[in-house]
Design a protein around this ligand. Sequence first.
Ligand SMILES: Cc1cc2nc3c(=O)[nH]c(=O)nc-3n(C[C@H](O)[C@H](O)[C@H](O)COP(=O)(O)OP(=O)(O)OC[C@H]3O[C@@H](n4cnc5c(N)ncnc54)[C@H](O)[C@@H]3O)c2cc1C
Ligand SMILES: *[C@@H]1O[C@H](CO)[C@@H](O)[C@H](O)[C@H]1NC(C)=O
Ligand SMILES: *[C@@H]1O[C@H](CO)[C@@H](O)[C@H](O)[C@H]1NC(C)=O
Ligand SMILES: *[C@@H]1O[C@H](CO)[C@@H](O)[C@H](O)[C@H]1NC(C)=O
Ligand SMILES: *[C@@H]1O[C@H](CO)[C@@H](O)[C@H](O)[C@H]1NC(C)=O
Ligand SMILES: *[C@@H]1O[C@H](CO)[C@@H](O)[C@H](O)[C@H]1NC(C)=O
Length: 536
Amino acid sequence: MLPFILKLLPLLLSLTGATSSSGPRHEDFLQCLELYSEDTNSISKVIYTPNNPSYSSILQSSIRNLRFNTTATPKPLVIVTPVNASQIQAAVTCSKKHRMQLRVRSGGHDFEGLSYVSFVEPFVVVDLINLRTITVDVANSEAWVGAGATLGELYYRIAEKSRTLAFPAGVCPTVGVGGHFSGGGFGMLMRKYGTAPDNIIDARLIDAKGRILDRAAMGEDLFWGIRGGGGNTFGVVVAWKVKLVPVPPVVTAFSVVRTLAQNASKLIHRWQYVADKLTKDVTVRIFITRVNSTDDGYGSATVQAEFVCLYLGGSDGLLQVMKDEFPELGLVKEDCIEMSWVESTVYFAEFPSNTSVDALLNRTPPNSIQNSKGKSDFVREPIPESGLEGIWKILMEQVDGGNAVLLLHPFGGIMNEISESSIPFPHRAGNIYHFHPLLNWDENGREASEKYLNWIRRLHAYLTPYVSKNPRAAYANYRDLDLGANTPGQEVSYRKARVWGIKYFKNNLDRLVKVKTSVDPANFFRNEQSIPPFSA
Ligand SMILES: Cc1cc2nc3c(=O)[nH]c(=O)nc-3n(C[C@H](O)[C@H](O)[C@H](O)COP(=O)(O)OP(=O)(O)OC[C@H]3O[C@@H](n4cnc5c(N)ncnc54)[C@H](O)[C@@H]3O)c2cc1C
Ligand SMILES: *[C@@H]1O[C@H](CO)[C@@H](O)[C@H](O)[C@H]1NC(C)=O
Ligand SMILES: *[C@@H]1O[C@H](CO)[C@@H](O)[C@H](O)[C@H]1NC(C)=O
Ligand SMILES: *[C@@H]1O[C@H](CO)[C@@H](O)[C@H](O)[C@H]1NC(C)=O
Ligand SMILES: *[C@@H]1O[C@H](CO)[C@@H](O)[C@H](O)[C@H]1NC(C)=O
Ligand SMILES: *[C@@H]1O[C@H](CO)[C@@H](O)[C@H](O)[C@H]1NC(C)=O
């Protein structure tokens, strides 16, 4: 079917050129879409303009940050929900022709809403909600995953076929594979198997020329770039082919909570010397929050650390490792819960206990959707206890109405063995852990936002002496426009893009720019933090 479309393409393009009217751009765009598709009736079913009654619900369906759900938030002129690749090709070709900016959305979890918000130029959102097919090939330990699928859907479909296969990606089940694999993607299996894109073996991509390319057709440079170089940069990923990884039929998890009165500071301090050096089969991450308490001298609040662990094996093995390497935590058998790997994904997603794995298929997040802002840092030297005390002080002083969590995720393991240039994701040997502060709040409005944003910026400033330097690295998937942005509507300056680009990609930035320059020199695929071509 595809070659047929490609053959027709020049003809269709010349036709649209001949009939193009001087009406508003998006009407030309819509006409173009209809002309382009063989079947006008079917394409009109996947196009939503603001006067379509479903427009708002489609737009809001995967907004995951209420900061971008206001009346002031710029809205797309058109949303397209393609049912197949040829409809995406039509959207790309017609957007280009009629100078509409195109934003791709898969799971909608972008921290800055860039998959559905653009502050300049009329724009189109191509939402991949209908492209979620997952085909698991157990014999070859591989799977094709539609880019619109969520992590939860992928985990569920793997487990349907096998209890001993898994995929190493993020913890939140509603994150989309389209954006997640494009920018990195890591979770509880990273220390053993690396990031998600370390395990991608093929892909189908629609490039700025509207061509559909697999790995062989796109070549190794572009295939390298799409595995971590950031979404909405090289094209629209339609599907990924991933290598599945082996896990034992029984894994063990625990969640152990300690407050300051229970030596949380000492434990966190000690964890920094242990977490990245443990066997690859163990991942212990920490959630740090402020909680109410009256019993440890901080007034009515205290700091609580929740140590959350996945072990690839039974509880006896885990107890032995913890006794040998981290006895201070005081883990006991009663803390350990044995389960299958897929059950552990439900456990880590913080659903109520004993939630069925069917919950992984739900595209609505387990927690309520709030306003939020996240930050990202890498810690390479343990933070001294005095530094931790300073962090607790800021956490104690958080703005009322805010709900902050500091998520410390250990590196080490196989991450120390993969070269920094293997894929664009460069954060490898030397990182002890990723430090991710996240602030959620309910109060709406710009003024309210400022107050909360100021708090997390203050924390970010405080962390400066304790985190990576030259560059102060950050994880591209935890997008933060405070780090710098391409100026909307203006030519992208390579010098300016370097400011944030070097943080996300370190020395891989130049190769990314080279790839971008060769596949999309006119910078058709762009957002405030996409890789610029040299000429633009
Ligand atoms: C609640 C929450 C939990 C998270 N947990 C984790 C975690 O455990 N581990 C982790 O590593 N990250 C985590 N993240 C970050 C997450 O990986 C990124 O936000 C990721 O980019 C989201 O992908 P998406 O498809 O859901 O988002 P989207 O908003 O749809 O897309 C993100 C970016 O990718 C682009 N894009 C989307 N689809 C495609 C496509 N098919 N082709 C090309 N470009 C595309 C978009 O235009 C946008 O620029 C979390 C985020 C949130 C909000
Ligand atoms: C894409 O889907 C539409 C709607 O079902 C259909 O008319 C069209 O033939 C499909 N195109 C291809 C190439 O499969
Ligand atoms: C987004 O805003 C709309 C309109 O104000 C509202 O109906 C909807 O509930 C909001 N979405 C969420 C998740 O709160
Ligand atoms: C805290 O640590 C001290 C020694 O460092 C120990 O004596 C005490 O029992 C610990 N408290 C708890 C609650 O584990
Ligand atoms: C903590 O205490 C405050 C003030 O008393 C209260 O508003 C809040 O709901 C409490 N939070 C929790 C998690 O119990
Ligand atoms: C989950 O259910 C099982 C069996 O029904 C029960 O034994 C177990 O205690 C439950 N776990 C939790 C955490 O509630």
